[in-house]
Ligand binder design. Structure first.
Ligand code: IVH
Length: 683
């Protein structure tokens, strides 16, 4: 394919992908299958790899991320990002309406919108292209997080239509849907990481991550709610919302024009309970005067506009007696307190338990034995305790004292400085930790030994057959056949029998054998090192290539990997400092597990021997693949370009190279070298 043909195809693919994306995210229409969509994206990625200078800054391939930002540059907002005045009652809202009516003569209209509980974001577009995404910061200046913003699927990188202003700023709210948030917290709990308090914190933390590929996986979303710029030609806010939608932005269709404060109140009432049906958090509504000229007339205070106000809903909560606190020990030894409550109805469900997050939370809430507590339910699955009804406190009751010994094995708990969680340090001897680690080892994202599901680990552990992961690989048909155990569910009292029949055992052994093919990064994740989730495991594996390099890595080396901070680095070093872990790893090696990534081009030293030369690679080579050659060139300071020109320094020619390329290079006087000659250059 020539460069011109590639450029044409890239343009067509970009158009198609943008179109399907728009239909999917803005109109909820799937015009093609996921597979077909992925194929288009893959074709585009391939072409862009082959012709790197043809990758547009807003190519849809940027959505998958991959840009590392060490520190985000600070930028000043063209228009300050103000906040809104808050009201909590009908009375206060009527006062707002009176103030507005006093200033404006004649008719006016409000627009009511939901107040999305996320993080404010400013987006700048020039000639229909997204050029910048900036956080609110202190309202005057924020962080430039453009690479991360490009991964948010419902933010257009390129606008639809033609009638958009040459330069404009769009503002909106970035959020994480509840389902994604719950999933994220489950993963964090699994690796011993403190839980995120709410989806807003999760969204805000994600936006500031260094690796945009990780951001892409977090499934952030954005609703936009305002348009700013010079001479935009719109008279009302609602017109801008419609225009924004037409250009491809996601504008929540929950807004409504209201002519009177009564209509505003009706909107508020309507959404008070309906908002819980939404997949995202909302904490109130925003009332805005619709007409821009009237907005100007009303003006601003130092902090907020006089033409808008927020009405905050009171959270849905209930009061109920605390029956006790259960301390759960996770596989990493982290102890999580869970409040056991007298069952109470809340937002349509019966609540019996609530998360207390950690010891600090118990102190902060100052919970006493037998207290009546307030439980609140947002959209998240787990309700939380928000306070204590002190008026109902039993006189003389004692403050809840956090346990100081492990409820499972009796070891004294420890807490590292600056950490919220207490830990049981008996990592290789505490039953819930051992079982938790084994469950984790076989889980789908780790070794995927599916047929070893619930109850089976318990049975294997009880019979002393498996205590460490290497022992899975020593199981035999004879050892397993006929084993049985009856389980009783703590809450329901129901019993369930697990028994190893012939077929079960066969499936188990097959799955165990098959797990020996699982790649190194997943084995690393499966080991269950604290704070090493699957993304971190991938990063470590890609950087260190095998377990021996990782085992020997210094702290400096570990923290030089993007997203790896001191905490993870210490935890990795701690893991490998234990002789029993090293011993187990040797057993896993002997049993044939993958403890290294497959060889790629030797990741030898880097140099600048080839700088500032440019290279085109063409044809098939003897010793290296094209990717490997490209890698060698860039690692030695050379630059890969896609087309032959007079300025090109070298054409590296392999077998089966097209004659037209050769001819072009010859006619332009470009140096043509063989694979061997090239290798000499970097010797
Ligand atoms: S309009 C002058 N509309 O609430 C501020 N804000 O307290 C104009 N927010 O920073 C903001 N949903 O992050 C507006 N429909 C909505 C909103 C909304 C959420 C957030 C936004 C803003 C904060 C103001």
């Amino acid at each position: 394919m020539t460069e011109t043909q590639a450029a044409e195809r890239i343009q067509e693919l970009t158009r198609l992908i943008n179109h399907y994306n728009f239909q999917y995210y803005q109109n909820a229409l799937s015009e093609i299958s996921d597979y077909e969509f992925d194929m288009l994206l893959e074709e585009l990625m391939k072409l862009e790899t082959e012709f790197p200078n043809l990758q547009a800054i807003n190519s849809p391939t940027r959505r998958v991320g991959g840009t590392i930002t060490k520190t985000f540059p600070t930028v000043y907002h063209t228009y300050p990002m103000l906040s809104l005045g808050n009201t909590y009652s009908e009375e206060e809202l009527r006062e707002f309406d009176n103030r507005v009516r006093k200033v404006l003569e004649g008719d006016f209209e409000y627009v009511c919108e939901l107040k999305f509980d996320g993080v404010a974001l400013s987006l700048t577009y020039e000639n229909g292209e997204l050029v910048r995404g900036v956080t609110r910061g202190d309202g005057t200046r924020g962080d430039d997080i453009t690479a991360n913003v490009r991964t948010i699927k419902n933010i257009p990188l390129h606008l639809q239509g033609k009638d958009f202003p040459e330069k404009m700023e769009v503002r909106g709210e970035v959020f994480i849907p509840f389902s994604v948030f719950d999933h994220l917290n489950k993963e964090r709990e699994d690796i011993g990481e403190a839980l995120l308090a709410n989806p807003r914190n999760a969204a805000s933390g994600t936006l500031k991550m260094q690796d945009s590929a990780v951001v892409a996986k977090r499934k952030l979303s954005c609703y936009v709610y305002s348009l700013l710029g010079e001479k935009l030609g719109f008279e009302t806010h609602s017109e801008t919302l419609e225009a924004l939608k037409k250009w491809g932005f996601d504008v929540s269709q929950t807004y409504r024009k209201c002519n009177t404060i009564e209509e505003v109140l009706a909107y508020i009432n309507e959404w008070e309970s309906k908002r819980f049906e939404l997949p995202i958090g909302t904490d109130g509504i925003v009332v805005k005067v619709n007409n821009f000229a009237q907005q100007e007339e009303l003006g601003y205070t130092a902090k907020s506009p006089r033409w808008a106000i927020a009405y905050k809903y009171k959270a849905m909560n209930a009061a109920t007696p605390l029956l006790g606190i259960k301390y759960q020990v996770g596989r990493t030894g982290a102890v999580t307190p869970v409040a056991l409550l007298k069952p109470v109805q809340l937002a349509g469900t019966t609540v019996k338990r609530a998360s207390l997050h950690n010891a600090n939370e118990i102190l902060r809430l100052d919970i006493h034995e037998g207290d009546t507590v307030f439980v609140e339910k947002g959209g998240e699955i787990i309700p939380k305790i928000t306070g204590v009804d002190v008026s109902k406190r039993v006189p003389g009751s004692m403050a809840v004292a956090y346990i100081d010994h492990c409820p499972a094995c009796g070891s004294e708990l420890i807490r590292a400085e600056g950490e919220a969680n207490f830990y049981c340090p008996n990592e290789d001897g505490c039953p819930p930790q051992i079982k938790g680690k084994l469950e984790h080892f076989i889980s789908r994202k780790a070794m995927n030994i599916e047929s070893l599901g619930e109850g089976k680990i318990e049975l294997l552990f009880d019979r002393g057959l498996v205590r460490t992961p290497d022992m899975f690989y020593e199981l035999t048909f004879e050892k397993l056949l006929g084993l049985e155990k009856v389980f009783e569910d703590e809450e329901t009292g129901k019993t369930r029998k697990v028994s190893f029949r012939e077929k079960t055992v066969e499936n188990m052994l097959n799955a165990i054998e098959k797990s020996k093919e699982i790649p190194f990064d997943r084995v690393l994740f499966a080991l269950g090192i604290r704070f090493v989730g699957n993304t971190v495991a991938q990063k470590l594996a890609a950087h260190f290539r095998n377990i021996d390099n990782l085992k020997q890595a210094s702290l400096e080396e570990l923290v030089s990997v993007p997203e790896i901070g001191d905490r993870i680095a210490f935890s990795v070093q701690h893991y490998f400092s234990k002789p029993e872990h090293l011993e187990m790893i040797e057993k896993l090696r002997a049993q044939g597990l993958q403890l290294e990534l497959p060889e790629k081009a030797e990741t030898g030293p880097t140099s600048d021997k080839l700088a500032p030369n440019t290279f085109v690679i063409s044809g098939v080579f003897e010793q290296f693949s094209r990717d490997e050659l490209q890698d060698l060139i860039t690692r030695n300071g050379g630059k890969i370009v896609s087309s032959i020109s007079k300025k090109l320094s070298y054409l590296v020619a392999g077998d089966k190279m097209g004659p037209s390329k050769l001819e072009k290079a010859n006619s332009l006087g470009v140096k043509i070298i063989s694979e061997q000659e090239f290798l000499k250059m970097i010797e």
